[in-house]
Design a protein around this ligand. Sequence first.
Ligand code: BMA
Length: 334
Amino acid sequence: MTKIINGTSLPNMPWEDKPENYNGVVWRYSENPIIPRDLLKNSNSIFNSAVVPFEDGYAGVFRCDDTTRTMRIHMGKSKDGINWHINEDSIKLKASLGDEREFEHAYDPRVCNIDGKYYVTWCNGYHGPTIGVGYTEDFETLIQLENAFIPFNRNGVLFPRKINGKFAMLSRPSDNGHTPFGDIFYSESPDMEHWGHHRHVMSTSKNVLSWQKTKIGAGPIPIETDEGWLLIYHGVLTSCNGYVYSMGAAILDIDEPWKVKYRTNSYILSPQTAYECVGDVPNVAFPCATLADADTGRIAIYYGAADTVTALAFTTVDELVDFVKKDSSEGNIV
Ligand code: BMA
């Protein structure tokens, strides 16, 4: 049995048992999508969003593109993790601290609880995409910190505790467009401002037919287990009809997380339902958060579907870790 380490008890987190005769390791919530595109007065789409346990329920940061198609992030709260109240007003951000330049856009947030402070990372527009960082204690206001890196970078994902005494982050150096490449890297910081000691974690698959051939990026905050850090990530295939975004999983070494112990050859979920295949960007399943119950090992995965709505899927730490170990092969751990 794989155990979640340093986790919390979440007996009331969203959950549904695996449907009978279902073969996959990750199964979808039967009432998907949980957040419709038009929940806000002027939202075009609400997707690629991040949630955490907060007070007696849940809170989160949501990617809400508005009807001018500008990308903004908004805070929200929920009692049950399924029905959300998202603030109509977006989080007020700067492109960079001390820079009067007009703020461009923000998207794909992640939220990470480190010792009771909720750190938010997002893709921040500052002469191109880079990793914005801030924190909130109440999910009402965000204190913005310095951007972690210079452009171009996306998918900044923090670890939920210091590693070897340092804050730790995964990210994916990219370009200024729809990046046709991308590996996952590890960086550390003594103060959440200065990042260094960069290490390569994993590359795209060498297999030309793979779902993770074009680019990969960290998804939810890694889950600490007695087998290592359980990382759910996205992988992209270039089809004749454009990019296809699926989810995979890997297990990283606990003390040296740039070392990959196991990694799936197969996807754990790929866009197959109507809400994943039809929308503003078809064929996208983009995971940004999990809730995990340390007592039962249940995991709920929050993911953006077709860049339009937010959906939920389930697995357990035991089943997923077992799958990753069995589905891994030497040639794929690169
Ligand atoms: C990526 C990001 C994501 C998006 C994905 C698919 O580059 O922009 O926000 O979900 O493309 O469009």
